[in-house]
Design a protein around this ligand. Structure first.
Ligand code: FAD
Length: 534
């Protein structure tokens, strides 16, 4: 197909949860659609991130599609928190069941997309030399799909093996007898470390920022639990859609200081025992909006770290103290803190002795060199905007998306960008995205896009474009909501702080998925208020 030019109604970039569902919906509309996916198969996040311990932190029966009641009934999750292989099997099942593969071109990266104002179409180019023109382009490129390496030189010098959690070998890795270094203690590091440390002869963990993590309490689901959820899926899905994070939890009624210290700690203990992220973050009305309230939860978890970790010095290094709990992506783990009680597991605090370089034998910090046979990089992602700015996207008058976003992303509702007609960003910057159960947010965005396209067709319009005023108002609103919370107080990937040079803007809408959904519903009900039709 190289060199040929094809015409379709829609190009979709990415074949994870978002791209697969968008393809399904566009087909229902009778549109011709072509999906391009860089990986050789479907799955997105769950195709790439195959490291030991990779698992979703949202319960399986909530982290799944709601669009097909038949699919809900025929698929049976086995564990409370689904492991990566099971989610990947699920997405493969979805691709097969709805016969989606035939419209997906795998192992192909989209490199550019240019809007033609005369034809009112996009011209999309790929790294395979293919050119496709399309009326609509949907970027289902993922919020956490562009991994980043540590910003120190010399990685190519290292003579041992380098493994990235976000691009893990399919055949697996045996670390038995090896001296292992692990860089990074975010969600992936916290999941992988207990497992590889149980295998390697000696493991050294390099930590820049300690993380709050709670015990997952993962287990097999019981038949009764599965049957109950399957019987009540519709009500559950509706509750998910109207909730704050896409996971229904009781709404707090009291401030952390309206209860006694005893009652507060009992609440946190119950949350700790429950094995879930939400209860501790939503325990009180002010848990993520007031520093003093947040401190009580943070101190509770620090107390747990000091209880679990036997060496007090190591425990202190593992205690997060520089940001509020829940404000940097919190984690769930299995035996993470206890892993540091093993004699052959060591912790290096990079705040005291920063990374200097990779050497041919290992890693040098400001203090000394460490020798390894293998190094795992669990060093995070260029989150939320990375996959979009990696593509050369040019809108009206040839304006580049990267230029428009040079001071941070501007977007209307987090799904459309003024000056880039008919381009949609699923879970894009300034939408709830990473602050939610992302499958709920993905389905909501895909449904919005599908209805907007239906509206265009029904009314004989070629395109819609967010207007600059509506976009500006949304950018200001997202910023205002973020500043009502403690989110902007920390250095996190939520605000670009993990990528040197990235503009510091809070990248997600913090008002909750239910509120956001209502807002989008009102926009649609008012004839797509804030969009111009062309
Ligand atoms: P992705 O799954 O990221 O898929 C995007 C796809 O687009 C990728 O396959 C990529 O190869 C492809 N792509 C990107 N750019 C291009 C291009 N230019 N050309 C062609 N293809 C391209 N979310 C939760 O809600 N709860 C969790 O507990 C949770 N845990 C996570 C754990 C890990 C380790 C990671 C990495 C993410 C986690 N997430 C979690 C977020 C997860 O990414 C989303 O839940 C969901 O899988 C996103 O689906 P998606 O289709 O939007 O994006």
């Amino acid at each position: 197909m190289s060199g040929s030019e094809r015409t379709v109604d829609a190009v979709i970039v990415g074949a994870g949860f978002a791209g697969l569902y968008q393809l399904y919906r566009f087909r229902e509309l009778g549109l011709t659609a072509r999906v391009f996916e860089a990986a050789p198969d479907v799955g997105g996040t769950w195709y790439w991130n195959r490291y030991p311990g990779a698992r979703c932190d949202v319960e399986s029966m909530s982290y799944s599609y709601s669009f097909s009641p038949e699919l809900e009934q025929e698929w049976t999750w086995t564990e409370k928190y689904p492991p990566q292989p099971e989610i990947l099997r699920y997405l493969n099942h979805v691709a097969d069941r709805f016969e989606l593969r035939e419209d997906i071109t795998f192992s192909t990266k989209v490199t550019g997309a240019t809007w033609d104002d005369g034809a009112k179409r996009w011209t999309v180019t790929t790294d395979g030399g293919e050119t496709v023109t399309a009326r609509y382009v949907v970027m289902a490129t993922g919020s956490l799909s562009v991994p980043k390496d540590p910003e120190v030189p010399g990685i190519e010098r290292f003579q041992g093996k380098i493994y990235r959690t976000a691009d893990w070998p399919h055949e697996g890795v045996d670390f038995t007898g090896l001296r292992l270094g692990v860089i990074g203690t975010g969600s992936s590091g916290i999941q992988v470390i207990p497992l590889v440390a149980g295998q390697a002869a000696d493991t050294t963990v390099f930590q820049r920022t300690p993380n709050f993590t709670l015990p997952a309490g993962n287990r097999l689901l019981t038949d009764a639990e599965i049957a109950e959820r399957k019987a009540n899926y519709r009500e559950w899905r509706e509750a998910q859609r109207r909730s704050g994070f896409g996971v229904p939890v009781p709404v707090a009624e009291k401030s952390a200081f309206e209860v006694s210290e005893e009652e507060r700690n009992a609440t946190y203990q119950a949350a700790w025992d429950q094995g879930s992220l939400m209860p501790i973050l939503t325990a009180f009305t002010d848990s993520i909006t007031a520093q003093a309230a947040n401190d009580t939860a943070a101190e509770f978890v620090r107390g747990k770290i000091r209880e679990i970790v036997e060496n007090p010095e190591v425990a202190e290094k593992l205690c997060p103290t520089t940001y509020p709990i829940g404000i940097k992506r919190p984690c769930l783990d299995t035996d993470y803190y206890a892993t540091f009680n093993k004699d052959n597991v060591h912790l290096v605090d990079l705040r005291q002795t920063p990374l200097a370089e990779f050497t041919d034998r290992g890693i040098r910090t400001a203090e000394r060199e460490y020798e390894f046979d293998a190094i795992i990089l669990a060093t995070g992602f260029d989150a939320i905007t990375g996959a979009l700015t990696a593509i050369d996207i040019r809108g009206r008058d040839g304006v580049r998306l990267t230029d428009k976003w040079s001071d941070g992303p501007r977007s209307y509702l987090g799904l459309a960008v003024a000056g880039f007609p008919n381009l949609f960003t699923i879970t894009g910057p300034l939408s709830p995205s990473v602050l939610s159960n992302m499958v709920v947010s993905i389905e909501q965005h895909v449904d919005f896009v599908t209805q907007a396209v239906t509206h265009l067709r029904d009314n004989g319009y070629a395109a819609l474009d967010a207007n600059v005023q509506a976009e500006g108002a949304w950018v200001a609103h997202v910023d205002e909501v973020a500043h009502y919370t403690l989110y902007p107080t920390a250095d996190t990937y939520y605000n670009g702080a993990n990528v040197p040079g990235k503009p510091r803007v809070f990248l997600a809408y913090a008002g909750g998925v239910g509120t956001y959904r209502e807002h989008c519903e009102q926009v649609a009900a008012k004839g797509y208020e804030g969009f111009d039709f062309i």
